[in-house]
Design a binder for this molecule. Sequence first.
Ligand SMILES: C[S@@+](CC[C@H](N)C(=O)[O-])C[C@H]1O[C@@H](n2cnc3c(N)ncnc32)[C@H](O)[C@@H]1O
Ligand SMILES: *[C@@H]1O[C@H](CO)[C@@H](O)[C@H](O)[C@H]1NC(C)=O
Ligand SMILES: *[C@@H]1O[C@H](CO)[C@@H](O)[C@H](O)[C@H]1NC(C)=O
Ligand SMILES: *[C@@H]1O[C@H](CO)[C@@H](O)[C@H](O)[C@H]1NC(C)=O
Ligand SMILES: *[C@@H]1O[C@H](CO)[C@@H](O)[C@H](O)[C@H]1NC(C)=O
Length: 250
Amino acid sequence: MKETINQSKLLTPKTLFLSLIILSFFFLIFLSQQSRKSMQKPISGNPTPTSNLDLKIRPGYNSYDTYIHHQLKKTTNPKLRKIWTTRDWDRKIQVFQQFFNNLKQENLLSNSSKALCVGARVGQEVEALKRVGVNDSIGLDLVPYPPNVIKGDFHHQPFNDTTFDFEFSNVFDHALYPDRFVGEIERTLKPGGICVLHVAVSRRSDKYSANDLYSIEPLKKLFNGSEMVRSRKVDGFGLDTEVVFRKKEI
Ligand SMILES: C[S@@+](CC[C@H](N)C(=O)[O-])C[C@H]1O[C@@H](n2cnc3c(N)ncnc32)[C@H](O)[C@@H]1O
Ligand SMILES: *[C@@H]1O[C@H](CO)[C@@H](O)[C@H](O)[C@H]1NC(C)=O
Ligand SMILES: *[C@@H]1O[C@H](CO)[C@@H](O)[C@H](O)[C@H]1NC(C)=O
Ligand SMILES: *[C@@H]1O[C@H](CO)[C@@H](O)[C@H](O)[C@H]1NC(C)=O
Ligand SMILES: *[C@@H]1O[C@H](CO)[C@@H](O)[C@H](O)[C@H]1NC(C)=O
């Protein structure tokens, strides 16, 4: 008897309304979990999750398409492309030339190197390589910019194994799958080949970044087929650290 009275008290319109709100809250949480699970990966296989506190993948990319679409938004902007290829063109090339000349002096790069720039956009770094004498250089980006930049995804480079002597990239922060970004570089480098990354560790990168890096330790872990040659502070268009890896000979 007591119980039925309690029950009818519980089922007032007010409590009914409240439980509906609580229920829909949990339903929304469930839905967001599901959409995360269905996130499509571009290549089959199960990459080892990058569970490192110093490398965080940004949330909010609900599918690989969302990620690519976000990356393309800025890269395809006609007004920006105009600026990059006119006002910014030479200024940026000159800075890249200094970086590459330093690497040549350290014997990490030479005129005969076959070189790739990953995420090169309009390819100022490719042009810089050519100007310092590294003629066999090409860039890769989602958007091509002929003849220096060809179209392709750095998570799945359109090159055969052991193709390049040298790879440069300042777009590690744009990688949604850092292990694939690095795995592809190590795959397409020749044994003994050099990879130079410009990354931001002490500053936050931009809103088009897909990950945030808080130290270079995650890079050392990701480059598990290489040894780190050195790292140093640089001033590279908002990126403050240059890290150099050499792919193991065998
Ligand atoms: C910050 S811009 C860097 C441009 C160039 N490296 C420079 O210094 O002028 C990042 C570039 O990465 C490219 N990008 C982003 N995600 C990519 C992906 N998955 N594969 C290839 N390129 C990508 C973008 O299209 C964009 O051109
Ligand atoms: C490399 O190429 C540059 C530019 O063409 C040239 O000035 C330099 O002498 C070359 N270096 C070597 C070692 O051939
Ligand atoms: C590289 O290209 C420059 C300019 O086109 C040319 O002067 C130079 O001889 C080339 N170097 C080699 C090694 O082919
Ligand atoms: C990759 O290698 C295969 C077989 O050796 C060759 O047919 C193909 O043209 C190469 N692809 C590229 C992009 O070099
Ligand atoms: C290197 O790391 C990749 C993923 O980042 C993993 O698939 C691979 O097994 C690792 N290799 C070694 C030798 O640990």
